[in-house]
Design a protein around this ligand. Structure first.
Ligand SMILES: C[S@@+](CC[C@H](N)C(=O)[O-])C[C@H]1O[C@@H](n2cnc3c(N)ncnc32)[C@H](O)[C@@H]1O
Length: 245
């Protein structure tokens, strides 16, 4: 199986960078604060971040007291930024696919992954290799695109009235698991759709105890400041799960 490495495509990389520079991005307003709210105390802990991208979260884990942080990513370009901007003495970055986690022999207290897991095709294999990476009782915390987003067979997200106001979300294909090719900066970006129950059941089968499941909305202040996020009342963008091995 050849892994998709879309973040090394220059057009994609440039588009994604612009998105992340926006302080009002959904990552900054919704996903990141929720992910960090799920972290246990990090003092003295070892952490591995799967699909670490620019490594911003790795740097913060270190600042929050982690003993050692390893960030892995498939993209050379993302890791170049990580090495340049977010490297600290106890933070190490490595080019590795999430499909090759069995190459890592060390165990970690915490595995984190932010918005990367929906790029991996074989979820059962991934989840079981994540379980293997953890020390007994270790924490696994991840975010992914919400299954209601990955489901779509046509990228026709919203039905709107004549003034452009959202009426409802156009859900299609929810129960059809598997590959979707979406247009995001470039054509044919592959993501993998899994239903909510299939995600939870794969985790239980791998031996995880599910501790928390979140489908976050922006807080009231941000909802007021950025009315575009009112669409989250119809459909959240992210799913976050905290589990214990
Ligand atoms: C949306 S970005 C998120 C980056 C970072 N976690 C964050 O939240 O800022 C997704 C990242 O997953 C990485 N990725 C995608 N498929 C991967 C794979 N098979 N193995 C490792 N990393 C992968 C991409 O290169 C990209 O850096």
């Amino acid at each position: 199986m050849t892994d998709q490495n879309i973040y090394d495509n220059q057009t994609f990389f440039d588009g994604y960078q612009k998105l992340r520079e926006n302080p009002a991005s959904a990552n900054n307003i919704v996903e990141k604060p929720t992910l960090f709210s799920l972290l246990p105390a990090l003092q003295g802990k070892t952490i591995i971040d799967l699909g670490c991208g620019y490594g911003e979260n790795c740097k913060e884990f270190s600042k929050l007291g982690a003993l050692k942080v390893v960030g892995i990513d498939i993209s050379e370009k993302m890791l170049e930024v990580a090495e340049r901007e977010n490297k600290l003495d106890n933070v190490q970055f490595m080019q590795l696919s999430m499909n090759d986690l069995s190459d890592i022999t060390e165990k970690y207290d915490i595995v984190v992954s932010s918005l990367a897991i929906h790029y991996v095709e074989n979820f059962d294999r991934l989840i079981s290799s994540i379980h293997n990476l953890l020390t007994k009782g270790g924490s696994f915390i991840f975010s992914q695109e919400h299954p209601l987003t990955t489901a779509l067979l046509k990228e026709d997200y919203w039905s709107r009235d004549d003034e452009g106001n959202i009426l409802h979300y156009n859900l299609t294909g929810y129960s059809l698991l598997g590959e979707r090719k979406i247009k995001w900066f470039i054509d044919d970006v592959k993501v993998y759709h899994r239903t909510f129950s299939s995600i939870i059941n794969s985790m239980i089968a791998a031996g995880f105890i599910i501790e928390k499941v979140l489908e976050p909305l922006p807080d009231e202040k941000n909802m007021e400041k950025y009315p575009k996020y009112r669409k989250y009342y119809h459909k959240p963008d992210f799913l976050l799960i905290k589990a214990r091995s």
